[in-house]
Write a protein that binds this ligand. Structure first.
Ligand SMILES: Nc1ncnc2c1ncn2[C@@H]1O[C@H](COP(=O)(O)OP(=O)(O)O)[C@@H](O)[C@H]1O
Ligand SMILES: [Mg+2]
Length: 258
């Protein structure tokens, strides 16, 4: 299996939550899968949801801050290219968990630096993801990610929306941008999160309006008290009980992607 799956959508719709449920599903269904999680949303950490504390200095943003400082102080050897250094920093930033790896982007300090870093990073993501069967990307809520064509090799884009006007609006904007920048996804999946059953037809109709044949409705996940509870008490979401309704539905939906 070679899959690069990116979760996108408005902030707060459940991208990180659903990415972790997909991770749980993959870990349980396929025992020997190599999985990489790239946490590219600067506003929140996957680490928080799975009970792993990640310090800023361990993130790409943190490492780049140190690197920038070293470059300014001319502490970098002249015979290595900046690209080579950044590449090795990215490999260095891989955090090994029991049965998967995480790359945490963290925040970037200073605009100018970030763009060139981002370009190198695209290349490194290409290199890194080759070493993994599945790469799961938690994409930022904004659309810069697409504008910069980072999603070039993404096989599956999962756009999450909650039952809100803004959620659906952002979904449509992401679809527009993906068309404009001509990104080649194998599939774009629309996933309705926290949708009560009696209003699901609204999103169904919305998706039916989309005239791109690779855009499909993945399905719906209901609001779950168990997810809320685990979030409030700060429990590792990978430990969500297997008999939880939300997890049972998630498994059915994610099986369509892999
Ligand atoms: N199906 C669900 N049932 C209950 N709570 C949920 C569900 N999906 C997400 N949440 C909660 O909604 C909040 C935002 O989810 P999160 O995954 O952090 O969104 P995003 O990554 O899109 O910003 C979190 O508190 C999360 O626990
Ligand atoms: Mg998030």
């Amino acid at each position: 299996m070679k899959k690069i799956i990116s979760f996108s959508g408005k902030g707060g719709v459940g991208k990180s939550t659903l990415l972790v449920l997909m991770l749980k599903f993959l870990l349980e269904k396929f025992k020997d899968l190599n999985i990489l999680v790239i946490d590219a949303d600067p506003d929140a950490n996957i680490g928080d949801i799975i009970g792993k504390e990640i310090h800023f200095k361990e993130t790409i943003g943190g490492k780049m801050t140190v690197l920038k400082d070293q470059i300014q102080k001319r502490q970098i050897p002249l015979n290595v290219s900046k690209a080579q250094i950044i590449e090795s920093e990215v490999f260095d930033a891989l955090i090994e968990m029991d049965n998967f790896d995480i790359l945490e982007m963290g925040r970037s300090e200073g605009e100018g630096c970030y763009c060139s870093v981002n370009n190198t990073l695209k290349r490194v993501i290409d290199i890194l993801s080759k070493n993994y069967d599945v790469t799961l990307i938690d994409a930022p809520a904004g659309l810069e990610y697409f504008a910069r064509k980072t999603g070039r090799n993404v096989t599956d884009l999962v756009i999450v929306s909650d039952p809100s006007k803004m959620g659906i609006h952002t979904m449509n904007r992401i679809l527009e941008v993906s068309k404009e920048v001509d990104l080649k996804f194998e599939n774009i999946w629309i996933l309705g999160n926290r949708f009560p059953e009696n209003i699901r037809d609204i999103l169904e109709k919305e998706v039916a309006k989309i005239k791109q044949e690779y855009v499909k409705l993945l399905g719906f996940i209901a609001n779950s008290d168990e997810i809320s509870k685990m979030n409030i008490v700060g429990e590792n979401l990978l430990n969500l009980p297997n008999e939880s309704e939300a997890y049972i539905t998630s498994k059915e939906l994610f099986a369509k992607i892999v």
